[in-house]
Design a protein around this ligand. Sequence first.
Ligand SMILES: Cc1ncc(COP(=O)(O)O)c(C=O)c1O
Length: 387
Amino acid sequence: MAYNFNKIIDRGESNSVKYDLRSAIFGKPDVIPMWVADMDFETPEFIRNAVIARANHPVYGYTFKPESYYQAIIQWLQQRHGWAVHPDWISFSPGVVPALNLAVLAVTQPNDKVIVQTPVYYPFTSAVKHHQRELLINQLIFSENKYTIDYDLLEQQAREASLLILCNPHNPVGRAWRREELEKVADICIRNKVIVLSDEIHNDLLLPGYTHQVFADLSSEAAQITITAHAPSKTFNLAGLSTSSVIISDDTLRKKFRHTLEGMHIELGNLFGITASIAAFTEGDAWLDALVTYLSENIRYATGIINAQLPWVNVVQTEATYMMWIDFSASGLSDEELKQHFIHKAGLGLSPGYEFGPGGQGFMRINVACPRSNLEKAFDQLVASFA
Ligand SMILES: Cc1ncc(COP(=O)(O)O)c(C=O)c1O
């Protein structure tokens, strides 16, 4: 079946964070928005049909998660990631960021030390600081245009930390961590009794040639220390439905997480999110394969334009996610100047790298999950802005 990712959807006046908050965020209502991580493609038809069918039932009362919800997640994780999950391990969370915060509350105490690997999606650091835990920055090493983990520093930090929040795959640097890399992380954390919160929200968005390694599936020892955050939201463009799950095989760890979750009475889930998840995970295979092909073509196109027209700009290889992570430091502009340059000279609404913490300075993150014609326009504007 063919899917039309070239179709332009008018997202204006739909209360879209990406579009309708442009004036508030960028001070300009007409920048091409390529920042927040949702896609400009239609949420697939089989999901919309399922939501519409449920919406047609005239009562939207309290709802619970049926067996088919758990089975849909389990089957998806087994088939796409080779991970065997038991239904009891799955808890609902109204989003992965809420799950990160819940996990911090559940498994650490105030003043405990929590490791994050910057540059990283900024709610990782705020989930630590907001709850008065101490942040330990394990900055990624950037060398020969590739990001790797600083294991020596991690080893030192793990001696005093209670938790590592891992971004697997990594947003914004686009790494799909290899099994060998994650095994080293697991070894350090197991020896030092550090719990690993593995945010795997981008687990389905691996570009051709790369595979996702589930952290908890490295070994039974790794599973015992891991909390996995998982969601259909990035894969199927459902972020507005606030639906994700947290998967924990270890009974003690799961009890702690559930205690915090249930203390807030948010474990029931929401009606449309549950309906959409079942449709996504039971019918989504072919659509996802087509999406990934389209995204990889977008990334190839954008990389080609930059390499040809702006050879002083350095594009980091995207292995996963639909974000490109691009080094503009050779422009000589400060972070503030770069930010203003992209808004006012290029007419683009991007995420400045410094927002992702130490190591992000001089970079911009560009969300390329949009129809090709919009991408072409955006990259034309980007190139012209430096003429
Ligand atoms: C690594 C990562 N985790 C979590 C989220 C957001 O999750 P949610 O919308 O479910 O809170 C994002 C969104 O960009 C992300 O990149």
